[in-house]
Ligand binder design. Structure first.
Ligand SMILES: *Cc1c(COP(=O)(O)O)cnc(C)c1O
Length: 280
């Protein structure tokens, strides 16, 4: 496995990707798969999907895109440019239990050519006899993946789609993205916060209560804030570490989160930071 560098925008560096492929080929190794991300876990960054797809095609590699979190946002017209090239993928992973609002758990993979799945997974032992059925069964899902007996996870996803519809889901996605933008703007405007990045509905930022504070001190402080905030039950932030810097990370995937919830967050963080300082 080759980990590919990211560029200054934190996107997979396509030059480094091709360089790694060439080096492997020179060594007599056989690259077969390239994996891009549409909505990175930490920052929400979407790779340059079109360019990576071109490299995958050039070297005849399977092209997989991890859109576990971010892929649903490809359904927003205003983000079409960001997701340009998504359709070049051979397979896309996406989690309806994330940004399609389904209850845990419902993972999903989209594959361009379903024949690849049946070629890989289909087996017809003597105790599965379909050949002599009068009306041959249309789709046997066990032939499309490693799982044989399986629950009807698709039902809750389908039900959600039926209830909200395309426009309802778009509305919820846009709401989450707007909440992320609001938090980013707040962090940018407040003197004791540093806004790092907003992409899709993920915001990364940190609390900087004074000037001249060293990154080590800020890392420790922000980690303590995150843990105390989680314990407090007021908000649930996680973290992203970029180049050794610990950022607080808000990922909005709940349509019930309101602008007032977001506006309350900086104050909650200050209060918690104050109580941490008091204990030391
Ligand atoms: C959440 C996530 C995963 C893991 O998905 P699970 O459903 O928890 O297995 C993988 N990749 C990305 C980009 C994710 O956001």
């Amino acid at each position: 496995m080759r980990w590919i560098r990211t560029n200054s925008a934190l996107k997979l560096d396509v030059v480094d990707l091709e360089e790694n492929i060439r080096q492997d080929l020179e060594k007599g190794l056989q690259p077969f798969l390239v994996l891009a991300t549409a909505g990175a876990v930490g920052t929400g960054v979407v790779d340059d999907l079109r360019s990576i797809g071109a490299v995958a095609r050039k070297y005849d590699l399977w092209y997989h895109i991890d859109g576990a979190y971010g892929a649903p946002a490809a359904g927003l017209e205003e983000l079409a440019g960001l997701f340009d090239g998504l359709a070049d993928a051979d397979s896309i992973a996406l989690d309806p239990h994330k940004w399609f609002y389904a209850p845990l758990e419902a993972g999903c993979i989209l594959v361009k050519d379903p024949g690849h799945m049946t070629d890989t997974f289909s087996y017809r032992p003597p105790y599965y006899r379909f050949e002599n059925y009068e009306d041959a069964p249309g789709i046997n899902f066990y032939e499309y993946g490693p799982q044989n007996s399986r629950g009807f996870r698709a039902l809750k996803v389908w039900t959600g789609f039926q209830q909200a519809g395309r426009s309802g889901i778009q509305q919820m996605l846009r709401h989450d993205i707007a909440m992320a933008q609001l938090l980013f703007d707040l962090a940018q405007a407040l003197p004791d916060f540093e806004a790092y990045m907003v992409s899709l509905s993920i915001v990364t930022f940190r609390y900087i209560p004074g000037s001249g504070m060293h990154d080590d001190v800020l890392n420790t402080l922000n980690e303590q804030i995150m843990l105390a905030l989680q314990r407090s039950g007021q908000a649930f932030l996680t973290n992203a570490v970029v180049d050794g810097v610990f950022f607080l990370r808000a990922c909005f995937v709940n349509f019930r989160t309101t602008a007032d919830d977001v506006r309350a967050l900086p104050g909650q963080i200050r209060t918690i930071a104050g109580s941490i300082g008091a204990k030391q």
